[in-house]
Write a protein that binds this ligand. Structure first.
Ligand code: NAD
Length: 485
């Protein structure tokens, strides 16, 4: 990737060529740990976005007609190239959104998706039956055509792989729009896509803000399906645009306000370690982080003492250094947002640890791990996604009470319950309004072959190695009448 004076100059991938914006417009990305300019990134214009969709549309007939093993061969090559470039991808993410290189495992998860789906094509199957007398019926599963993939900044390389790989193997052509906060690693992968030998126009990558490029993709008449991971606010806007234009299929993976419930018979040391890890992971910038923890009264003091001690001991610092396990927030906007929530939290709950930013002392967008106790359930900080290293710990007495509190949210992405009582564990798991439930474990842990997705305002649709291909396949019913000879 071009780099001058340490400033990275990435390009977009449109119709098989690495290009800048057609109007030459760029935007800066700052290293959130130092506030220095890391990169000058092309801002995809309306023309660029339309050109990427047109290229994908032109490439669709031959890509979808290709032997799926040939599609898979490009994907396997890309997986290998991604693996070879993991240290560079880690560095590019660190200098754009601040994830410590020691915590960057997304190169592997991304490569895994391309490898897995490269060989998953035999599962693209319809059904057949003779249940209609005098007829044979069947269903065909076929690609949509041009698919748009809009990804967030908190784990861009991971979402890039988990969306693009199933879309491509099923015969769709794609236009990916990376996040304006973290476009660098994805731009590096754009270069690897050329090396991997994808035919021209099959795989296009745009960089830029939600408006114009994301919005244009959402309302584009030639985009037939759109998979989005990001905030609930943007998800709703995309859904509106899709409804207003061509009713493209929309898959939404949105935000969360995940509860973790700790009963007094739980393995407390494990509950502390895992719930703290959940909210610290990626500096709290994880959709499924357990940001509301409910602890049964009898063990609350012990839990809070151990949790706050552990949480306050994170090693923040330069994300490029191996010893750092806690990076800054992704940018100034995120930093200021989190600080606003912390100030609001101070007015509604009891501050137990942290409670501030470290801009003066560290010169980057670092936030102190922050714990609030006894916050009213109706407080803003209990209802909205903070997306920072901030957690609310409240107490409860009964199972009924805690289920009601845990479910009193518009989100429903992940919930956790810690107890040694299997009956209680299963009762609570069943009662929780959530797309995922961890029993004696919590996020970001997920089962390798389980579906992932939200209930309620956390999204619609499911992703996963057994589920994502379906998101990119239309179903056609065919009925054949048999003549009597
Ligand atoms: P965001 O919604 O601000 O941005 C996500 C993407 O949408 C970016 O590429 C952005 O440029 C684009 N975008 C913005 N406005 C748009 C518009 N009007 N039309 C089309 N595209 C537009 O989200 P973010 O801040 O990047 O990511 C954080 C959010 O993502 C959090 O809410 C988090 O919970 C959620 N998230 C969800 C999951 C999940 O799997 N459910 C995973 C990770 C993150």
């Amino acid at each position: 990737m071009l780099s001058e004076d340490g400033v990275v100059k990435p390009r977009m991938l449109i119709n098989g060529e690495l290009v800048g914006a057609s109007d030459q417009k760029t935007f800066p990305v700052y290293n959130p740990a130092t506030r220095e300019v890391s990169a000058l990134v092309p801002e995809a214009s309306a023309d660029d976005t339309n050109a990427a969709v047109a290229a994908a549309k032109a490439a669709f007939p031959s890509w979808s007609a290709l032997d799926p093993t040939a599609r898979g061969a490009c994907m396997k090559k890309l997986a290998a190239l991604i693996r070879q470039n993991i240290p560079e991808l880690a560095r590019l993410e660190a200098i754009s959104m601040g994830i410590p290189v020691s915590k960057f495992h997304y190169g592997h998860t991304c490569a895994f998706q391309f490898d897995h789906f490269a060989e998953a094509w035999p599962h693209i199957q319809g059904q057949s039956s003779v249940n209609t007398p005098g007829h044979v019926t069947m269903t065909l599963r076929q690609p949509y055509g041009v698919v748009a993939l809009i990804i967030p900044w908190n784990a861009p390389v991971h979402f890039f792989g988990s969306k693009a790989a199933p879309a491509l193997i099923t015969g769709n052509t794609v236009v990916v729009k990376s996040s304006e906060k973290a476009p660098l690693a994805v731009a590096r992968i754009a270069e690897l896509i050329i090396e991997a030998g994808f035919p021209q126009g099959v795989f296009n990558i745009l960089s830029g803000h939600g408006v114009p490029s994301g919005q244009i993709l959402s309302r584009h008449m030639d985009v037939r399906a759109l998979s989005f991971t990001g905030s609930s606010r943007t998800g709703k806007l995309i859904q509106e645009e899709a409804a207003r234009t061509n009713l493209k299929k929309v898959i939404l993976e949105l935000g969360g306000k995940s509860p973790a419930i700790v009963f007094d018979d739980a393995n407390l040391a494990k509950a502390v370690e895992q719930t703290q890890g959940s909210v610290q992971s990626n500096s709290g910038q994880v959709c499924m982080a357990n940001t509301r923890i409910y602890v049964q009264k009898g063990v609350a003091k012990k839990f809070v003492d151990a949790f706050t001690k552990r949480f306050a001991a994170v090693r923040d610092g330069d994300p490029l250094k191996k010893e750092t396990n806690h990076g800054p927030q992704a940018d100034e906007v995120q930093y200021r947002n989190v600080l606003r929530y912390i100030e609001e939290g101070k007015g509604s709950g009891k501050l137990a640890v942290g409670g501030g930013g470290k801009l003066e002392s560290k010169n980057g967008f670092f936030i102190e791990p922050t714990v609030f106790l006894d916050t009213p359930e109706t407080a803003k900080i209990m209802k909205e996604e903070v997306f920072g290293p901030v957690v609310n710990i409240n107490t409860f007495e009964t199972e009924e009470e805690v289920i009601a509190k845990a479910n009193d949210t518009e989100f429903g992405l992940y919930a956790a319950v810690y107890t040694r009582n299997i009956n209680r564990a299963m009762r609570v798991a069943k009662a929780l309004e959530s797309g995922y439930v961890g029993i004696n474990c919590t996020s970001p842990l997920t089962g390798r072959d389980l579906p992932f997705g939200g209930w309620k305002g956390s999204g619609q649709g499911r992703e996963g190695v057994l589920y994502s291909m379906s998101n990119f396949l239309e179903t056609k019913s065919v009925i054949i009448q048999l003549d009597d000879e």
